[in-house]
Design a protein around this ligand. Structure first.
Ligand code: 5AD
Length: 372
């Protein structure tokens, strides 16, 4: 990160009054004085409450497989790490996690995995989606759990098949909207353009589309981060997940020069707020990576304008094998402990839990009501 200096120019709170343009986004991301940061936090939370209400929506997170065909330079489950024990949950294990999610009254779940497009895996996911929709339908949730997928770049045909099976949201992070930075983070077999194409085809198929970036990447500037937010807006994104970059010791970026811990946490929180100002009605997650760096990082995320959390429901036996970065929290808590911990954290943040609801973003709901 090379935060370019804005000199000693004091922060102008007037930037909080309107939808921020690029310069204003940059000014928000440069704020460091505690009173300025507090003003940004309070304005972001106020806007969230106004535009989206005080509900925090849960997505039970099932990490279904850590097998991965990609070799991203930052990721702890990249294919060339041979010390990772590779696992794939079976159908019954996945369904059991989904039922736990429904019993916990989480209205939605996220099915996440390493990137793999083998037939056997796609068939497994399609079958699971169909069963989850059928077997979690109840009076409280007549259409069953809302299902978000986070399985990386797949073919249009696979995206379509999984949508038709019943998934309705897809998360695919762009990691950085700066193509040069994207290229530094990935082998040449992965291209920025094809990831953008995937985001476009997900939208065309009918998914609610989520993306996001890592914050504090080597070589990333505050200008890059402002451009990331403009990228989210230009893609008409429905939901956003972003978090601090945490170098993993067994990856090529293990020794990358990154901003100090406190700076990465603050930048991540300011990114949540700045994104909320620019895209007021999207869902923004308070991500686990934030909590990995700060024990109360997720609560802070809520205060800076986030409204989604992803409690772990991955079986404890494999959670340790799915560590994209070191310091992943909640490795030892069971799902019930995770739930009570999150309930307490949300109450502390003065917010309510949106139980038994899909919790689609207002942005997505509006688009559905007013098709262009
Ligand atoms: N630090 C922070 N986030 C990471 N991710 C992967 N590796 C790391 C890391 N070392 C994030 C990426 C990916 C998501 C699933 O996890 O943004 O898209």
């Amino acid at each position: 990160m090379r935060p370019r200096s804005t000199g000693s120019k004091p922060f102008d709170p007037a930037v909080l009054g309107t939808v921020p343009d690029r310069d204003r986004l940059i000014a928000i991301l440069h704020a460091r004085a505690p009173k300025d940061v507090r003003a940004i936090r309070d304005a972001a939370e106020k806007l969230l409450l106004e535009k989206c209400g005080d509900g925090v929506f849960f997505r039970g997170l099932i990490e279904v497989s850590n097998a991965c065909a990609c070799d991203c330079y930052y990721c702890g489950i990249r294919k060339s790490i041979t010390t990772v024990h590779r696992f794939t949950l079976d159908e019954d294990e996945i369904i059991a996690c989904a039922k736990l999610s429904a019993d916990s009254r989480y209205g939605s779940l996220v099915i996440q995995s390493g990137e793999r497009a083998d037939r056997k895996f796609i068939d497994l996911i399609a079958r699971c989606i169909e069963r989850i929709k059928r077997e979690t339908a109840s009076d409280a949730l007549p259409e069953g759990l809302g299902i978000t997928l986070s399985l990386g770049q797949l073919s249009d045909a696979d995206y379509r098949r999984l949508y038709e099976a019943g998934a309705h949201r897809y998360l695919l992070r762009i990691e950085s909207s700066n193509p040069a930075l994207f290229a530094q983070l990935h082998p040449s077999t992965q291209s920025f353009a094809s990831r953008v194409d995937c985001l476009k085809s997900l939208r065309a198929i009918g998914y609610q589309v989520g993306t996001g970036v890592m914050i504090g990447l080597p070589g990333q500037t505050v200008e890059d981060l402002a451009d990331d937010i403009l990228f989210f807006a230009s893609m008409d994104i429905d939901m956003i997940g972003m978090g601090p970059f945490i170098p993993h010791p067994e990856t090529p970026l293990c020794d990358a020069v990154v901003p100090p811990l406190k700076e990465r946490i603050l930048l991540s929180l300011l990114m949540i707020a700045a994104t909320r100002f620019r895209l007021p009605d999207v869902n923004i997650a308070a991500t686990t990576a934030l909590q990995a760096l700060d024990p109360v990082g997720r609560e802070k995320g809520l205060k800076f304008g986030a409204n989604v959390m992803m409690p772990q429901i991955t079986p404890q036996s494999v959670r340790r094998d799915y560590q994209l970065y070191p310091g992943k929290p909640c490795l030892d808590e069971n799902a019930i402990e995770c739930r009570s911990c999150l309930e307490a954290r949300i109450a502390m943040a003065g917010r309510k839990i949106g139980y038994n609801a899909w919790g689609d973003s207002r942005h997505a709901i509006k688009r559905k009501q007013e098709p262009s």
